[in-house]
Design a protein around this ligand. Structure first.
Ligand SMILES: NC(=O)C1=CN([C@@H]2O[C@H](COP(=O)(O)OP(=O)(O)OC[C@H]3O[C@@H](n4cnc5c(N)ncnc54)[C@H](OP(=O)(O)O)[C@@H]3O)[C@@H](O)[C@H]2O)C=CC1
Ligand SMILES: CC(=O)[C@@H](O)[C@H](O)COP(=O)(O)O
Ligand SMILES: [Mn+2]
Length: 382
């Protein structure tokens, strides 16, 4: 029996993880569930899965949540301290980090220090604090199994092979809803258009990131830290079908890829069950129906975020934190219709240019840089 804490159980990844648990009751037990403000769904999940703890970030909903769960033995917590607390519980084996944004940083670090397995969906944490996370993993002998579909694919393609025989990894990108568009076509695109991903059904923030190619930029930095590879060994290729989830090229010229249907339950389940494989609960891939797998170069002149990702990653230190924080704020402003789609890369570029890189980061320093970057972005749009 594997005992789970799901950070962000009400989101796209969180609800899919619970679908897995629902069909594999003999294999998993839910210990803790968390949400930001979707209290109704959290109540429903708590009634079904009977965790020992629930966390609602929004303090104002605590009493309502407590009332609704009064006849169940469930402790109700709030805030970032609540997230940290449930990530360290001795009765938890695996923490699935499925919150969106760098709010996942502190609970992830706490989970590592408590030697949990981290099933990592929350890529922003790896982007802003990759170096610290790597050190902590080593010191506390904890492990990360990637959930992000590309990194999960690479993790699988690395199994049984030697790391020093890897020539490069190739991250696939769908190209998002605006693949083929030029800058002129992007001038008036709306949030509704941007969140309509052609292949995956995901939360709003990551969907906008896919549309700008910032998702791939974050994934390049995530891969750098997860697989300990220089940026010149991390390539991106556009693959509109999203069937090849990513590839590893070895020094002998062999490429090992992982393929599958576009269903996040596959990588989530793999990360929760690793190293075991159990029966599929999704569709099987019908290659005859897919018929064609195509690949093309990414258009980084139009979608500049991808270039900014490599730039920030190579500069290192605090620069990926700045890029990520600026992006979180810019995406929020775009979804609120306060800026246009094309302003997103401009704001990120400006945040990078304005920042003096710092090294020897701490968690506190990263959070301070996040706050000052978000403030800077808001001053720019005044
Ligand atoms: N969706 C996908 O297919 C994939 C997602 N990922 C990554 O997984 C993570 C989650 O993505 P996704 O599931 O799409 O996101 P969603 O927006 O669907 O869900 C986010 C979850 O986090 C909670 N949350 C949001 N903000 C906060 C906050 N400030 N404090 C605490 N909890 C918060 C939400 O609660 P509430 O519901 O109450 O708002 C919800 O439970 C992201 O980092 C994303 O990049 C990676 C690969 C694929
Ligand atoms: C499912 C997943 O892992 C997402 O990160 C997905 O890859 C996004 O699609 P893009 O390839 O369009 O960024
Ligand atoms: Mn991905």
């Amino acid at each position: 029996m594997r005992r789970l804490c799901i950070l962000g159980s009400t989101g796209s990844i969180g609800t899919q993880a619970l679908e897995i648990v629902r069909t594999k009751k003999e294999e998993f037990k839910i210990i803790a569930l968390t949400a930001n403000s979707n209290v109704e769904l959290l109540i429903e999940q708590a009634k079904e899965f009977k965790p020992s703890y629930v966390v609602i970030m929004d303090e104002s909903k605590k009493n309502y949540l407590k009332d609704k769960l009064a006849n169940l033995e469930i402790e109700v917590l709030t805030g970032i301290e609540g997230l940290e607390y449930v990530s360290t519980l001795k009765e938890v084996d695996i923490v699935l980090t499925a919150v969106v944004g760098m709010i996942g940083l502190r609970p992830t670090v706490q989970a590592i220090r408590s030697q949990k397995r981290i099933a990592l969906a929350n890529k922003e944490t790896m982007v802003v604090a990759g170096e610290i996370i790597k050190k902590e993993l080593k010191e506390y002998k904890a492990e990360i199994i990637p959930v992000d579909s590309e990194h999960n694919a690479i993790f699988q393609a690395l199994q049984g092979n030697k790391k020093d025989e890897v020539a490069r990894i190739i991250l696939t990108a769908s190209g998002g809803p605006f693949r083929g568009y030029k800058k002129e076509d992007l001038k008036d695109v709306t949030p509704e258009m941007a969140i309509k991903h052609p292949r995956w059904n995901m939360g709003k923030k990551i969907s906008v990131d896919s549309a700008t190619l910032m998702n791939k930029a974050l994934e390049v930095i995530e891969a750098h830290w997860l697989f300990d590879l220089d940026y010149d060994k991390i390539d991106v290729i556009i693959h509109p079908q999203s069937i090849v989830h990513s590839m590893v090229e070895y020094i002998d010229g062999s490429i090992i890829a992982q393929l599958g249907v576009t269903d996040m339950k596959l990588p989530i389940k793999y990360a929760l069950e690793y190293p075991k494989r159990t029966d599929n609960i999704s569709d099987y891939l019908d290659l005859k129906a897919v018929a064609k797998l195509t690949f093309e170069e990414a258009d980084t002149e139009t979608f500049e975020c991808l270039k900014l990702g490599y730039l920030a990653g190579k500069i290192g230190g605090s620069m990926p934190t700045v890029l990520n924080a600026a992006n979180e704020e810019a995406v929020k402003l775009f979804l609120e219709r306060k800026i246009s789609f094309l302003e997103i890369p401009k704001l990120l570029q400006s945040a990078i240019e304005n920042h003096k890189v710092e090294h020897n980061l701490t968690i506190e320093k990263i959070i301070t840089i996040e706050e000052s970057t978000k403030k800077y972005i808001n001053e720019l749009i005044k």
